[in-house]
Design a protein around this ligand. Sequence first.
Ligand code: SAH
Ligand code: SF4
Ligand code: F3S
Length: 441
Amino acid sequence: MSSKKLFIETYGCQMNLSDSEVVVSILEKEGYTITKQAKDADLIFVNTCSIRENAEKKVRNRIQEFKHLKKKNPNIKVGILGCMAERLKESLLDEEDFIDMVVGPDAYRDLPNLINQTGDGRQMANTVLSLEETYAEIVPVRLDKNGISAFISIMRGCDNYCSYCVVPYTRGHERSRDPESILSEAKDLLAKGYKEITLLGQNVNSYNWKSGDEILNFAKLLKQVANISPELRLRFSTSHPKDISDELIETIANTDNICNSIHLPVQSGSSAVLKRMKRSYDREWYMNRIEKIKTLIPNCGISTDIITGFCGETDIEHEDTITLMREVGYDYAFMFKYSERPDTFAANRMADDVEEDIKAERLNQIISMQQETSLASNKRDIGKVFRVLVDNVSKRSDKQMSGRSDENKVMVFDRKDTQLGDYVMVKCNTCTVGTLLGEIV
Ligand code: SAH
Ligand code: SF4
Ligand code: F3S
């Protein structure tokens, strides 16, 4: 039997990447092998994101190329997976009539069946969301490039319903994955030579596993995974401020191989905006958590996500975001203009009333401020020595390698006799906004 070829392209967050690894695992059992060329594929999957309008536009443009491929070779099947599939359901099959299947994030076990039923113009959709599915026992086929860092999804879905956000509708209810399956996946990665694992969830720190009377929370799970081996370095993403408990911060502080790096999306520095966003914390709560982190983990890398121009955001509220960013002094930030998503609470009940040019102006302002803050943070690292996991050969010169420090900063240094996957001590000599440059010591 000649093997069938699958081309899969992934958009959106790390959880989508992790899902693509589950999809590939399911399809390998059906005799598919991966191809990196869409034109050679029998089956093309696009795993999509709906978080902002632009994310969907990107996918809409890209799939037109697959439409052309399919015109040339009508035997190719094209499937849209992930959050856009879940949001638009069958309507996507009408709008883009060359698509063979639309499959939501909880329906990937049904893929072999759906693939069989499509063809000759027969289209299929499965967008049923589940209360239980975590793909716990499916061993993902790793799609990472270096064999050093891997992701493990430890929970799915979200119950927070922030007023601007599409995720609860595209990913369904929050559910945690059986810890035994998480631990065995981590051990398997270690045995395969991986050195770094990132535990993933939309609110990874809301992880909660009940077994009889016992409850395993995120701090305890993290500790258990860290105990597997001191050679394994742990990261996690994304944390919700409401669940960043003292116990969790203490666990990070007390455990060497849990990285001193926390991504803690604030979204806005204004308590009034946070209330309209239904974030369930205010500025004071958030700052209290930051203080606790800084006290217990003095050099902790802290990064965030910010939305600018949310419904009704005034100049003063925008200014609150700027002052908060200054107070925290983030090492890094992902910054976005508010993009109204159909059927969310904000879209139904609030006016998207900040003019586009004001949104853009505010975004530019926080981006340039963050660049200054990132540079200042990097300058403070000059002269310090960091433990770095080498994960890349530098793009500019193969005499140089790069990797990340515990605090999640990218460091570039002369190779010497270093190999990918080594831990090395690197002294920072100089820096740019995005990188620390140094030498192995
Ligand atoms: N679960 C995480 C992040 C989810 S999505 C959390 O709650 O923090 C990643 C980021 O996309 C969010 O943190 C937010 O900053 C941004 N985002 C989500 N919906 C958005 C929207 N409608 N417009 C613009 N940015 C949005
Ligand atoms: Fe979206 Fe809020 Fe859930 Fe994050 S916590 S995924 S922003 S609804
Ligand atoms: Fe996008 Fe879905 Fe992730 S909307 S950010 S791919 S959960």
